[in-house]
Structure formats: structure tokens, C-alpha cells
Design a protein around this ligand. Structure first.
Ligand code: URA
Length: 209
């Protein structure tokens, strides 16, 4: 079974409280999404493999470490996932960015793909699928399924706020995918919102209604 990691660093908790407050406007909300994305990625990449190389400092020759291993790709689920991309790229500027767009079929209520553009070397990359809210888990599970169908072998899911229902759904569908959250909230309400949550993340990021 995959692991669920709640990265509850004090800086993240502080920024998340600002996001949760209904009086926080779009500009600050966007900034918080970006900054939390950045802080989370710092933790998520903690175990990236390193190798030692020889370099010369202005003082002497020495051995020092650089990253090796697979390259990363960030896959925001449209549209709210876009808000997390800039923060992640600040930490991993060489990462490629793919996009997955899904809408919910009004009759079947199942997520349907309307856009998918991925980097070419799918099998060679570690993927971070990003979406601020892990609510029902339907979109995240569908995006992960799509990536796997295209050949992705290594996928992590990164969300800001999750709930037990969404975590369980993704774990049942994709037991190989680790889930990283900034907070695991209480529940999903009858309207599909996470409680206490922070409302509609997409609308709050982009200032829409
Ligand atoms: N999507 C959101 O933006 N917010 C929720 O609470 C649930 C799904």
C-alpha cells in the first residue's frame, strides 16, 4: 500500500491558515499556493539520489554531490493544479511540465479527459501530479490512470488539502502511488467540498465565481 505523508511544517501550516480564511483575496491566496507547493516539494524530493563528482573550488580540488537519476515532470490537473506549478519549478527548474484536463460527465459523473499533453520521455521520468484539493479523488485517480496508460512508471500525487474519502479512493485505485498533503481534513460534505477546507481552490486562485 502506498504511503500518505502529511507535510505539516510550521511554515506550511501558517500559510494554509491564510488560505483557509475566507477573507483572503486571490492575490495572497495564489502566493500561498505557490509557496506551499515550493515547501512541499522540498520535502518530497528529500530522497532524490545523488552521486559524487570531482570539482575544483577556488581553493582546492574536492568531491561534491550532484543529483542523478530520473528527471522530473510536474503534471497539474487543470485548472487549479496550475497554481502549484510555479512554486515547484522554483525548486526544480529543469522539470518538464505536462497538463491533464478532465471534466465530469454530467450523466455518468465520471471524469472525462479533454486535454493531455505530456513530455516525450514518459517512461524515463518521475511524475508529480499536482492538484490543490484531494476531494472525491476521482480526478486525481483518472489523471494517474491516464499517465500510466501513456507509460509512466513512477508517480507521486501532491495536494494541499485532502480528506479521508479522497485518500482512500486514490489508494484503492493506485496502491503504488504515494500521496503527499499539507493537511488531511475531516471529511467531504454533500456538495463535494472538503470540510473545513478552503472553498473552491480554482475560483480562489483565479478570482472567478
Ligand atoms: N475542489 C475544491 O476546489 N474544493 C473542495 O473543497 C473540493 C474540491
Amino acid at each position: 500500500m502506498s504511503k500518505v505523508v502529511v507535510i505539516n511544517h510550521p511554515l506550511i501550516q501558517h500559510k494554509l491558515t491564510i488560505m483557509r480564511d475566507k477573507n483572503t483575496g486571490s492575490r495572497e491566496f495564489r502566493e500561498m499556493v505557490k509557496e506551499i507547493g515550493m515547501l512541499m516539494v522540498y520535502e518530497i524530493t528529500r530522497d532524490l539520489p545523488l552521486k559524487e563528482i570531482e570539482i575544483e573550488t577556488p581553493v582546492t580540488k574536492t568531491k561534491s554531490k550532484v543529483l542523478v537519476g530520473k528527471k522530473l515532470a510536474v503534471i497539474p490537473i487543470l485548472r487549479a493544479g496550475l497554481g502549484m506549478v510555479d512554486g515547484i519549478l522554483e525548486m526544480i527548474p529543469a522539470a518538464k511540465v505536462g497538463h491533464v484536463g478532465l471534466y465530469r460527465d454530467p450523466e455518468t459523473l465520471q471524469p472525462v479527459e479533454y486535454f493531455c499533453k505530456l513530455p516525450q520521455d514518459v517512461e524515463e521520468r518521475d511524475f508529480l501530479v499536482v492538484d490543490p484539493m484531494l476531494a472525491t479523488g476521482g480526478s486525481a485517480a483518472a489523471a494517474i490512470k491516464l499517465l500510466k496508460e501513456k507509460g509512466a512508471k513512477s508517480i507521486k500525487l501532491v495536494c494541499l488539502v485532502g480528506c479521508p474519502e479522497g485518500v482512500k479512493f486514490v489508494q484503492d485505485e493506485h496502491p503504488d502511488v504515494d500521496i503527499f498533503l499539507a493537511a488531511l481534513d475531516e471529511k467531504l460534505n454533500d456538495h463535494g467540498y472538503i470540510v473545513p477546507g478552503l472553498g473552491d481552490a480554482g475560483d480562489r486562485i483565479f478570482g472567478t465565481k
